[in-house]
Design a protein around this ligand. Structure first.
Ligand SMILES: Cc1ncc(COP(=O)(O)O)c(C=O)c1O
Length: 414
């Protein structure tokens, strides 16, 4: 089957999206009004230059910067991944050490490893014990599952007072502060750089992200690397979708969202699904008596696709419902009514015993969420092996396993 046929098939089956991108199969907002193949142009006269914007793209960046006074903005077409890596390259010019707070996406580790930076992973409490002078602190907030770091503005303030820099990976937070009923945007934290994936929760095309920077010098330094790492043929469709998502954000009314969210939660509970509500009202974590992995499969059997499943639960990214959206809400409720436990299905487990006690040569990363389980250079323990097997049985894709196995197999042959 070809990719095109696969995509057409999913579309014609009418599958229901509880995952990113935020336009939910073009049912939230109406991206198809502005995204048309005939608008897929290049940097012809009048369409400016994304990496040295002076005209229409400068106007777009200016509009984006109005999201929070005091920030410069740059639309990006290579996702937050590229923004994070470029941010780390730029800050590495002056930072003597990187502190990564809590769990971070693999792009953060790729960034520090590419620049060969010295780094350590710390908790929030440890932030107040380490030497911050000339360091750069990387936060992730909200987390993939919708948890926000409390009082982040105070931590940023403390970092700045200690002459250090801060980057927030806010990939999952582009919709925050969309109304006063959503928790606070990370742009209120005053961090030096905040990077948001517009595509995750807002109606924008996949890969649409925005870099926000607090001062011009850091902005220009990061742009220096964006210029080198980002495609020189940016998609005008992705760029137009960023403008569209920003307008959606500016005009959003949350009345319908909270009505539908409450109705959905009540309906899930009625049909035996337990619902946890994280800080971000746009996320829900679901579990059921048969466990999270079984629940994810039974939802999929009914044509409801979730964002992720882990031991903690099935993660749903809620649609930003609004007046006149075309999201199939009634169909979603009907499908939940029909949920039944899925047949047991353990995936085959790859024999990874050879890796126990060995030094990891490529990050081992369950994907999603893309947070490394074992980092390159660390020893792969018996606990890690058990964890990896557990993920494998439950159909979670693990990146880096084959690379490590091949590495040690080849070494054995030598
Ligand atoms: C916490 C976190 N940061 C960064 C990223 C990368 O964002 P993007 O897909 O926009 O490159 C992800 C992707 O899932 C993520 O979960």
């Amino acid at each position: 089957m070809s990719l095109i046929n696969k995509l057409k098939g999913l579309h014609s089956e009418g599958v229901i999206s509880m995952h990113v991108p935020g336009h939910k199969n073009n049912t939230i907002g109406k991206l198809s009004d502005v995204i048309k193949p005939e608008y897929d142009l290049t940097e012809i006269p009048g369409l400016d230059d994304l990496h040295d914007p002076a005209e229409i793209l400068r106007e777009l960046n200016d509009k984006l910067s109005l999201k929070q006074e005091g920030y410069y903005a740059q639309a990006m077409v290579n996702g937050t991944t590229n923004g994070i890596i470029c941010g780390i390259y730029a800050l590495n010019e002056t930072a003597s050490h990187f502190y990564i707070v809590g769990e971070a996406h693999k792009s953060v580790y790729h960034g520090v490893s590419l620049v060969n930076a010295s780094y350590s992973v710390i908790s929030i409490d440890e932030l107040y014990e380490v030497d911050l002078e000339n360091a750069c602190v990387v936060f992730t907030s909200p987390s993939y599952t919708g948890t926000l770091i409390k009082n982040i503005g105070e931590h940023i303030n403390y970092i700045r007072k200690n002459e250090a820099f801060s980057i927030i990976d806010a990939a999952h937070g582009a919709h925050l502060s969309i109304t006063e009923n959503f928790k606070e945007s990370l742009l209120l934290s005053e961090a030096d750089a905040v990077i948001e994936s517009y595509h995750k929760m807002l109606p924008a095309l996949t890969m649409a992200s925005v870099l926000f920077t607090k001062n011009l010098e850091i902005h220009e330094r990061i742009m220096h690397y964006i210029n080198q790492f980002e495609t020189s043929s940016p998609s005008y469709l992705v760029l137009a979708s960023i403008e569209y998502a920003q307008e959606f954000y500016n005009e959003y009314d949350d009345t319908v969202f909270f009505e539908k969210r409450t109705a959905l939660i009540n309906h899930l509970k009625e049909y035996g699904v337990k619902v946890a509500e994280p800080d971000d009202p746009g996320k829900l974590m679901l579990t059921s008596a048969k466990g999270a992995y079984n629940l994810e499969r039974s939802l999929r059997n009914e044509g409801i696709y979730s964002e992720m499943v882990t031991d903690e639960g099935v993660l749903w990214c809620l649609p930003l419902w609004h007046e006149d959206d075309s999201y199939p809400f009634k169909e979603l409720l009907d499908k939940i009514t029909k949920l039944k436990p899925a047949a047991d299905s353990a995936a085959p487990v790859k024999d990874i015993a050879v890796l126990e006690g060995k030094v990891c040569h490529e990050n081992i990363v369950p994907y999603p969420p893309g947070v490394p389980l074992v980092l390159k250079g660390n020893v792969i323990t018996n606990k890690d092996i058990k964890r990896i097997k557990h993920y494998q049985v439950n159909h979670v894709k693990i990146e880096g396993i084959d690379y490590n196995i091949n590495y040690y197999m080849n070494e054995a042959e030598l």
